[in-house]
Design a protein. Structure first.
Length: 529
């Protein structure tokens, strides 16, 4: 018996169907729908920089850039990031049809090309959005709140290159070549590399002159010239590899082979709930009035070095508005304090010792400067044992960005045999356990006292409340609300552009909720009684 295959006829019998007509999508989209708000915002933006990149000559684009931007903004506000899902949204979602009008739905590759096209313009688009919010009275930018978070890169988690390992292997190879080539022990790396190249060229010419045929494989015996040739060639290639790694790394301690801009950072947890080093970026966000106003990506794992470049990025656009800046203890440094003072912004940075100094353990620590008596006429400190810490030589401390600060020291040389030395001298790295040293920056102490006074005022308490709600809340909306927990692109420019687009999506959601609730004015949170 033979199996008969029956094919299903997917073509309908048209004579049984009623004639269908195209309907106007505009009539079924509510007036207060978010999709209309997106259209309104994009049409109010100054998009000359975007439109100028499109030529009127040649083939007409699948979709005009203004409509394309509307589609992307709405999709990101809904947590739709993947290009294929955006394509499906344009084809099958009625809101997508409304955004496209009579336009054709773009495919995923066209969407990807447009996203790449927007990379260099995203900061300008965010600024345009913020200016609209200021005009409508939703922002005044008088106070800004800054925080940072680490987001994992799309790079392979095990593609790490460590600076210390590269430098260690490079030094081993340098010493090995010095011994082999009978060079002076103090020969520099560049001298060794040059000598290796010279010797390699010599042996190559010798092999060519003698017409030595190189052999490979099992059972083949290599000539001494071939062995020397291969040895020096390998050494030369290793030197070049090490140099290339260090050039890519720059002043960082690591980078990823599959995303050169990503740095390995300690993350809070991974899929196994273990803190691990992963390729990531440190994303800085500035908020005001519950809206995100600025985004910056950093390769530094520590927030300490991000404040000044972030301000340099925002000040040209928002400098005339900003009066107060609030950040957590991770941003506290004498350089950051000085930068804020120089540009006239009031600091509400929480000092790192804000809570620890109030503990009993800290108040009873006899080794701390604050718990010693200062003798003003002698410019010295007196410890619990009655011995004096005399002022030593001041030193200059220069940061990686070139900022110079003065550090003063007080030293006591009478600690040998003191009954309090074990409690007073606690540093494990102290090479002189018989000597007590106190070092601090007077300028930093002055800035810290001023910032402490600011944050403990009524205004300072409200500033800290707003920072914790707005800045940390923004990251919660990005990671949990939109589901953006790992970057989809590689390279600093692309990942920052992606976060800015997601931030604009969050701003749209916030603005839409305010409009629906009938809220007007600037959102500010205050301490309740």
């Amino acid at each position: 018996m033979t199996n008969k295959i029956t094919y299903f006829n997917s073509k309908p019998n048209v004579h049984f169907l009623q004639l269908s007509l195209n309907f106007n999508v505009d009539t079924i989209i509510p007036e207060d729908n978010k999709v209309r708000l997106v259209c309104n915002i994009v049409e109010r933006m100054n998009l000359e920089s975007l439109l100028s990149t499109y030529s009127h000559k040649g083939r007409k684009p699948v979709l005009d850039p203004v409509t394309f931007l509307k589609v992307l903004l709405f999709c990101f506000s809904e947590g739709i990031f993947e290009t294929r899902k955006i394509e499906n949204f344009c084809k099958y979602d009625i809101r997508g049809r409304y955004l496209l009008g009579n336009g054709k739905a773009p495919d995923h590759s066209t969407i990807s090309r447009f996203q790449n096209h927007l990379v260099s313009m995203m900061n300008d688009l965010l600024t345009e959005f913020v200016e609209i919010l200021i005009e409508e009275g939703h922002l005044d930018l008088k106070s800004i709140y800054i925080d940072g978070t680490k987001i994992e890169s799309a790079a392979n988690r095990y593609s790490f290159v460590w600076k210390k390992t590269i430098e260690k292997n490079q030094e081993k190879l340098r010493l090995k070549m010095i011994e082999k080539l009978s060079m002076p022990d103090k020969s520099s790396l560049s001298e060794v590399m040059k000598k290796v190249e010279v010797e390699f060229n010599k042996i190559r010419q010798e092999c060519s002159k003698k017409k030595i045929e190189f052999v490979y494989g099992k059972g083949k015996r290599k000539t001494p010239e071939q062995k020397e040739y291969e040895y020096l060639n390998e050494a030369m290639e290793r030197f070049k590899t090490y140099k290339s790694h260090l050039e890519i790394m720059g002043d960082r301690n690591s980078y990823s082979k599959t995303d050169h801009d990503a740095t390995f950072m300690r993350m809070k947890d991974d899929h196994m709930l273990n803190g691990q080093l992963k390729p990531a970026y440190n994303i800085q966000i500035a908020t005001s009035g519950a809206f995100i106003i600025g985004v910056m990506g950093s390769q530094k794992a520590n927030d300490l070095h991000t404040l000044k470049p972030f301000l340099d990025q925002m000040l040209p656009s928002y400098g005339k508005y900003i009066e107060n800046l609030c950040a957590d203890a991770g941003y506290e440094s004498v350089e950051n304090y000085a930068s804020l003072e120089e540009i006239g912004i009031k600091s509400y940075i929480k000092p790192a010792n804000h809570y620890t100094k109030k503990k009993r353990k800290t108040r009873n620590d006899i080794g701390r400067k604050e718990n010693m008596r200062y003798i003003e006429e002698e410019d010295a400190y007196e410890c619990k044992a009655g011995k004096k810490l005399i002022r030593g030589k001041d030193t200059k401390k220069v940061s990686s960005s070139g900022y110079e600060d003065t550090v003063i020291k007080y030293v006591c040389y009478e600690c040998m045999g003191c009954e309090y030395s074990a409690q007073c001298i606690k540093s494990r790295t102290n090479k002189n356990p018989w000597k007590k040293t106190i070092a601090y920056s007077p300028k930093f102490e002055e800035y810290r006292k001023e910032s402490e006074k600011n944050i403990e005022s009524e205004e300072g308490i409200n500033q800290r409340i707003n920072r914790s709600i707005q800045s940390e809340g923004a990251f919660s909306k990005i990671k949990d609300g939109l589901g953006y927990e790992r970057f989809r692109h590689r390279g600093m420019k692309k990942i920052v552009a992606d976060i800015i687009m997601a931030s604009m999506g969050i701003n749209i959601n916030k603005l839409h909720r305010k409009i629906l609730a009938g809220q007007k004015g600037i959102i500010e949170y205050k301490k309740t009684a």
